[in-house]
Design a protein around this ligand. Sequence first.
Ligand code: NAI
Ligand code: MG
Length: 338
Amino acid sequence: EKIPATLIPGDGIGPEITEAVLTVLDALDAPFVWDRQLAGMAAVAEHGDPLPKPTLESIRKTGLALKGPLTTPVGGGFKSINVTLRREFELFANLRPAHTVIPGGRYEDIDLILVRENLEGYYAAMEHYVAVDGDPHAVAISTGYNTRAECRRIVTFAFEYAVKNNRKKVTLVHKGNILKCLTGIFLEEGREVAKNYVGRVEVDERIVDACAMQLVMNPWQFDVIVTTNLFGDILSDQIAGLIGGLGMAPGANIGTAGAMFEAVHGSAPDIAGQNLANPVALLLAAGLMLRHVGRADLAERLQSGVDHTFNVAKVRTRDLGGVAGTRDLAAAIAQAVR
Ligand code: NAI
Ligand code: MG
């Protein structure tokens, strides 16, 4: 059956890579029926608002969105679009898979996934300065918080993800030795949740600094990593670096009231409108969306189509050392998945 979903092409390279993704999804006969909506600079131009009401209403209705990159308007008092969307739809889990597609890089056969808590920690931005001896900014104070309920929810999400996707191990990443309360609560809940998965999913623990080192030394020891907001932000960019960078890294924001899929990269104004952008990050995000709606079969076809195009047909965009344009690559992948 058809599945209604919101489509936000976005800014900069957004429209080109979105068209490329639609070309491939058509070839796959993907089940989505798109409701196209505006956000970012395109929406500011049309409605004077980077996140207009019709866009929010559409996502509220469909509970499912594919979002191109948005240019954050500088100044003008606009709130962060991503933060607003996360809050509005309680998108508590940020999923960042890292999967090697092109062999011959520094790291071969990377296949891991990071689950980041998306709402709490230090991202509540409760910050202020304290004046001392006439210096108004002498001391900076930031308050972070993690709730037991949210720690339980994110770790449960990671274990459930592991079970459903045939993953063997979940690593809890924390700093419970120093941030004894803030991340200790996460570790405690993590250990509790893990008891429900004994014999099905192995549990492991790492202190975040050691984990960062081990991700460089031996990333193959990891399978699913779950961690709190700030650590997850940093480690998820680190794992994108293991697989060839921005053009290849998809992300998903999953919540109770909806799910939103996007590329990790931004609107790339330096190459926008030139048919140079690599659409694969957004395409793999669409693959995560297919899995999310229970069409792992199509997601797998999509993935092998990308694999075939890069490695057998050797059609690659400029960021990967090739000469293909965005549209050529889309056409090649579409042909491969048919
Ligand atoms: P960026 O990710 O847009 O670009 C960084 C570099 O990577 C550029 O040289 C760009 O050409 C290249 N690049 C990015 N994606 C590519 C692709 N698919 N194919 C080939 N090359 C690619 O980061 P930048 O320049 O810092 O940000 C530009 C704008 O994007 C800013 O307004 C920023 O706020 C916004 N942004 C939005 C995000 C989102 O909507 N999720 C995420 C990150 C940035
Ligand atoms: Mg980040």
